[in-house]
Structures are given as C-alpha cells and as structure tokens.
Design a protein around this ligand. Structure first.
Ligand code: S3P
Length: 429
C-alpha cells in the first residue's frame, strides 16, 4: 500500500481515543492463557502483532474468542498448553517471539518459532542465551541466535541474570521462564525497562520482588484469571502528540493514554522542548496509570536525549526525530544503539528517509544529530515495512511544502491500524 499525505491546509483539531497499548495487549493474552480460569481483556489492540500472539496461543491449545467489546481467554494454567502441530508464527512481532520463548522454555514439548523477514534479522540470542542457562534446550540458526528457533523445555533452574541490555522483552522472557523454575529467578538491567510484565503478573496474583533495576519471581506460583483493561498506547499517541506540536494552530486531545513512568520519556522530551502540553485527569486503569493529554502547536527548542531516558522512549525516536527537525537548535540522541535491532535499523532508516525530505540530520554510532529548524519538501519515501518509520514519514507530509508519498504503509497496522483515519479526522476531512 502507498499513502500520499498532503500538507495540512488549516490545522489539526479534535479529540481522539488512542488504540490499546501493544505491549500490554500481548501480555494480557499470554498471561491469561497461563492463568487458571477465564479472563476478559478490554481495550485490546487489534494490531497485527497482537493478533500474532493470539494465533500462537490458539496453536498452543488455548480457547480465545473475540466478544463484543472484549477478548475472552479460557486459561489452562501453567501446565495446560499442548504441543503445537505446526510452527508458531510471530509475524513481525519481537514481543511475541521473545516472551513466548520464555513460556515455551517451561514446556516439556517441542515447538518451532518463526517470524517474517525482519524478525529473521533480529537478535534472539539475548533471550535464548539465558533460557539455555536455565536448562531449556534451544536451537536455531547460529545456535539459537536467530529464527527459526526450536525449543524443548522442561524442568528449569532459576538464575540470577545480569542483562547487558535494558530490554523488557529479555526481562519478561526470563521472568516467564522463572515461573517454571525451582527457586527464585532474578533479572537485573543496566537501566529500568518498561515494567508491564511485573505489574500485570501481580494483577494475575503472582508476587514478585522489585527493586530499582531488578525484578524477581519464585517459580511454581499460579496465575488466576482476571479482568484486564488496556490503556491507550503512549507509543501510538506519540505520533499524534508530534503532529499537534508541529502543525501550526493545532489543538489535539488524546484520551485514556497510558502514563506508565517507564514509558513517558516522550512527555519529558516534549516538555523540555517547550511544547504546549497539558496532562489532565490522571487516574489508574487496572495496574497502570493513565491520563488525558492536550497538545497545542508552539515553538520548540532542541534537546539532548541519552542515558536512562532512552529505554523510556526508544520506540518514539522516529517520531522525536521529526519533532527535532522543527525545533530551533541541535538535538542530539545518544546511547540509543538498540535502535539498530528494532523492526529496521532505525538509525539508518530514520536518517536516510528524513534527509530525502530535506532535514539536516546525521547518523552517529549510537543515535543521530538533528539541526533545526528546517523546512521539509515532498518526495517518495520508504517505510521499509516498519510501522513506526511509516508513521514518522507520514507526519512529515503534514508540514512539507509538497505531498509526501510513503511506501508499504500496510505495516502501520502492526500497532496503529486507524492511524490514517485518525489523521484525516483531525484535519477535518
Ligand atoms: C517491548 C519492549 C521494547 C520495545 C518493543 C516492545 C515490550 O523492546 O521496543 O516495541 O513489549 O516488551 P526491547 O525489550 O527489545 O527493548
């Protein structure tokens, strides 16, 4: 699919309810499958990635049904999964394949995990390495460093793991395997990554040990079926926040946005840049904080983004790069080498496509440098099948002098299927 985004004639105005959080939706389906009894998931994200998780869990014998306004999951307990007859296909979803690997490490049966061409390039050793330390038998290309992965699990031993990366997928995979291990499994990270797994396991009745940069779980604890309410995804909201901040005269209200502090780096950056952002109606939904956000256009100034801020906004960097092209001064993003192993190498894909549109941007070893403020012009750009690159490029079209055409935009359905409809609504079309 190809989409052409026309420069906005007037402003962006209106109120939106952002679709459900991708990270939380995956976890809700996975944990509900392992729980005893029924669970209901409200606000589930019907994006391609989360549908891949549903399809894998169905292949593992779980009854999952789409009801009127919730997803029904009949959990079978920690040991209720059945050996799949076919390969499990995670599609484009790193969260599916990495979290599921942790669960499969605890199963005394054989399973094979595959994904699409992007997944085939992404590192799996960061997860399969520690799972092997726990005694799971894992193999795959380059001894289990890349898909396809073959996992035969069973009696696991607990580990105390010092992760070299701040990654919630790694942490979650090990903690899930830890549910099947004897003793206490602990993961310590260089910086705290998103903590949805810890919060949601607690909602399912599991007790965890949590410190600043570590989480631990004692094996053998059962999960109890429950009701989960998924907040709006701040990573999707980020694109609309950037749109509101860069299109002159705009005023956008985003309702029910997840405000988990391990995810709100984008809010900090907008505030530091001088954006006109208001956070209203802070409340809790399930175990997660949420709020309504109002963003209005304003002039912006550059920032430096590094250190422990990086894991709190890693998925928002493509959107932030667009924002930085419209900020006065030089924005520096560093310590973000994880960008290289996302759906695409997002240092390269962001920099090269933004350059095509006239941005003054350079790649660095661990991030990028953006000089603003620059006018952008129309061009045909690639998304490389990466949902967040596709959305970032589309935002450029709103403020460019001529239309921007974005290729392979079907990928946007991975996390934000209604993205173009929402943009059209805000622009009054
Ligand atoms: C996710 C964790 C992050 C993030 C990804 C979703 C999760 O990846 O980039 O989009 O749901 O746990 P890493 O764990 O690799 O940092």
């Amino acid at each position: 699919m190809i989409n052409t985004v026309q420069p906005i004639k007037h402003t962006l105005k209106g109120s939106l309810r952002i679709p459900g959080d991708k990270s939380i939706s995956h976890r809700a389906v996975l944990f509900a499958s392992l729980a005893e009894g029924e669970s209901r998931i409200y606000g589930f994200l019907h994006g391609e990635d989360c549908l891949s998780t549903i399809s894998c869990m169905k292949d593992l014998g779980i009854d999952i049904q789409e009801k009127h306004d919730y997803i029904y999951v009949e959990g079978k307990g920690l040991h209720g999964l059945r050996e799949p007859e076919n390969v499990l296909d995670a599609g484009n979803s790193g969260t599916t394949i990495r979290l599921l690997s942790g669960i499969l490490a605890g199963q005394d049966f054989s399973s094979v995990l595959v994904g699409d061409a992007s997944i085939a390039k992404r590192p799996m050793g960061r997860v399969t390495g520690p799972l092997k330390m726990m005694n799971a038998k894992v193999d795959g290309r380059a001894y289990g460093s890349y898909t396809p992965l073959h996992i035969r699990g069973g009696s696991l031993k607990a580990i105390d793991y010092l992760s070299p990366v701040a990654s919630a997928q790694v942490k979650s995979s090990i903690l899930l395997a830890g549910l099947y291990a004897r003793g206490e499994t602990k993961v310590t990270e260089p910086f705290k990554s998103r903590d949805h797994t810890e919060r949601m396991l607690e909602t399912f009745g599991v007790s965890l040990g949590i410190t600043d940069r570590s989480a631990s779980v004692t094996g053998g604890q059962s999960l109890k079926g429950t009701e989960i309410h998924v907040p709006g995804d701040i990573s999707s909201a980020a694109f609309m926040l950037v749109a509101g901040a860069i299109v002159p005269g705009s005023e956008i209200i985003l309702e029910n946005v997840g405000m988990n502090p391990t995810r709100t780096g984008i809010i900090d950056v907008l505030e530091q840049m001088g954006a006109d952002l208001t956070v209203n109606n802070r409340r809790h939904l399930g175990g997660e904080p949420v709020a309504d956000l109002t963003i209005c256009y304003s002039s912006l100034s550059s920032v430096t983004i590094d250190g422990d801020l990086i894991p709190r906004l890693i998925d928002e960097i493509p959107a932030i790069a667009v924002l930085a092209t419209q900020a006065e001064g030089t924005t520096v993003i560093k310590n973000a080498e994880e960008l290289k192993v996302k759906e695409t190498n997002r240092i390269d894909t962001v920099v090269y496509q933004l350059k095509k549109l006239g941005a003054s941007i350079e790649p660095t070893e661990d991030g990028m440098i953006i000089h603003g403020k620059t006018g952008l012009h129309g061009e045909t750009v690639e998304s490389y099948g990466d949902h967040r690159i596709g959305m970032a490029m589309a935002l450029c079209g709103l403020i460019s002098s001529t239309p921007v055409t974005v290729k392979d935009t079907e990928a946007i359905a991975v996390s934000y299927p209604s993205f173009f409809n929402n943009l059209a609504y805000l622009s009054g079309e």
